[in-house]
Design a protein around this ligand. Structure first.
Ligand code: UGA
Length: 438
């Protein structure tokens, strides 16, 4: 059993810290935000993530997981310290590393016995040596430590599952001692024969960015294919399904949609492009994926405008789905933001519903109306835009939808409604490259 400290109780820190406590280690999650720690100690989580609440409760009750603001004690008690603070995208499109910098300085200041210090936050490739340097400069007692990188591959909405059953665990470490300690930390996975890969720090950082950028690239690619399918009358679902049967391609991340969002792909692709430019190279494929993604979001607005006969003025328009994907309340970079903004700017009366993200969107758009079900939100509307593929939207009865709308108009940016039923009910509709009924 190892004593582990997670600094930062955001999305990554909370899920990973809880997951590691479930492996049987004693985990302390520390944060400077007193309110957050108070809430966590009272069983209130700052994020919505399926399965997390139960896992936190179970491990707190077992005495393996605790939350504190006492940074000094948490650092000095740990065998392994994970840096899991946010690296938000700054105005210049670059990752803002001020929280990482401040945590690294604090760790160096309080360090007293040999400790493995591990970055879990997503930091630009090459940042590891900079972080290690900061720790070293504030480590006036010259306490020995090893710096390592352990990138995360968690998807919001299925993060608990992704943590407990990962495809792989990447440990970037120059020291064999540190790698052996991390093998113990992830011991239960090793027993289950999950691959735990030992690389250098910079290679681990590179794996993280290359993976995210590749997935973003796949999405932008299929979105462009979908757009061409529309022009040619082909069905993108059939195209991606059959493409995916080729083992070299795989069917995953080939779902067309309104453009990717979230706190990772938009930020990480921009950072990847920057890193390559700083090294005298261009990532032209990734640059194109970013451009395509921005265009795809605008394309959804154009589709809606076309369906609404060219303008939104004084029309009641319902947006179903606000989160950037289902099973999360996260709206960062969500395509629904672009949609709502355009509807509002065009003089539309915007109504919205999301099973989890109404409150988050209210902070961005306080002046639109929020509802508690799709049926309420669609009452008497002139048109509907579905932006997120929540299961409850997949089950929407087209007959019922028609009966409550003023005008049967729908834009299905996630291709979840039956084209056949929409046609039978004389809907005026559009989607993303899926014109033919399956
Ligand atoms: C992503 C990666 O999938 C994780 O492996 C990674 O750890 C994480 O970023 C991170 O760096 O922290 P996440 O952003 O939570 O995870 O969500 P995804 O499921 O990857 O979806 C991202 C966006 O792509 C969403 O807007 C989603 O709707 C869109 N998407 C995804 C598509 O439009 N089509 C697809 O086929 C898949």
């Amino acid at each position: 059993m190892k004593k582990i400290t997670f600094i930062g109780t955001g999305y990554v820190g909370l899920v990973s810290g809880t997951g590691i406590s479930d492996f049987g280690h004693k985990v302390t999650c520390v944060d400077i935000a007193k309110d957050k720690i108070h809430d966590l100690n009272n069983g209130k989580l700052p994020i919505y993530e399926p399965g997390l609440h139960e896992l936190v409760k179970k491990n707190m009750e077992a005495g393996r997981l605790n939350f504190t603001t006492d940074m000094k004690k948490a650092i000095q008690d740990a065998d392994v310290i994970f840096i899991a603070v946010g690296t938000p995208m700054g105005e210049d499109g670059k990752s803002n590393l001020k929280y990482v910098e401040s945590v690294a300085m604090t760790i160096g200041k309080y360090l007293r016995t040999y400790t493995v210090i591990c970055t879990k936050s997503t930091v630009p490739v090459g940042t590891g040596s900079w972080i290690e340097g900061i720790i070293r400069s504030s480590n006036k007692q010259n306490t020995p430590f090893d710096y390592i990188s352990n990138p995360e591959f968690l998807r919001e909405g299925s993060a608990v599952k992704d943590f407990l059953w990962p495809d792989r665990v990447v440990i970037g470490a120059s020291s064999q001692t540190a790698f052996d300690i991390m093998k113990e930390v992830y011991g239960p996975l090793y027993i289950n024969k999950r691959s735990i890969v030992h690389t250098s720090v910079v290679t681990a950082e590179m794996i993280k960015y290359s993976s995210n950028a590749f997935l973003a690239l796949k999405i932008s690619y299929i979105n462009e294919v979908a757009n061409l399918c529309e022009a040619l009358g082909a069905d993108v679902h059939m195209v991606s399904k059959i493409m995916g049967q080729d083992g070299r391609i795989s069917p995953k991340f080939l779902h067309p949609g309104p453009g990717y969002g979230g706190s990772c792909f938009p930020k990480d692709t921009e950072a990847f492009v920057d890193i390559s430019k700083e090294n005298g190279l261009r990532m032209l494929t990734v640059e194109a994926a970013i451009k395509t993604n921005k265009k795809q979001k605008i394309r959804m607005v154009d589709k809606m405008k076309k369906l609404m006969a060219g303008n939104f003025n004084n029309k009641i328009i319902t947006v179903l789905g606000l989160a950037f994907k289902p099973n999360t309340d996260d709206i960062r970079e969500s395509a629904s933001i672009d949609m709502i903004k355009a509807l509002q700017d065009g003089g539309g009366d915007v109504r919205a519903f999301d099973p989890a993200a109404n409150d988050a969107m209210r902070e961005v758009f306080p002046n639109i109306s929020y509802f508690n079900s799709w049926e309420e939100a669609c009452q008497n509307a002139d048109g509907v835009a579905i932006m997120t593929e929540w299961n409850e939207f997949r089950g929407i009865s087209i007959n019922r939808l028609k009966s409550i709308l003023r005008n049967p108009i729908v834009l299905d940016t996630r291709n979840i409604l039956s084209v056949k039923k929409l046609k039978e009910n004389n809907f005026s509709f559009d989607n993303v490259g899926h014109l033919i009924e399956r």
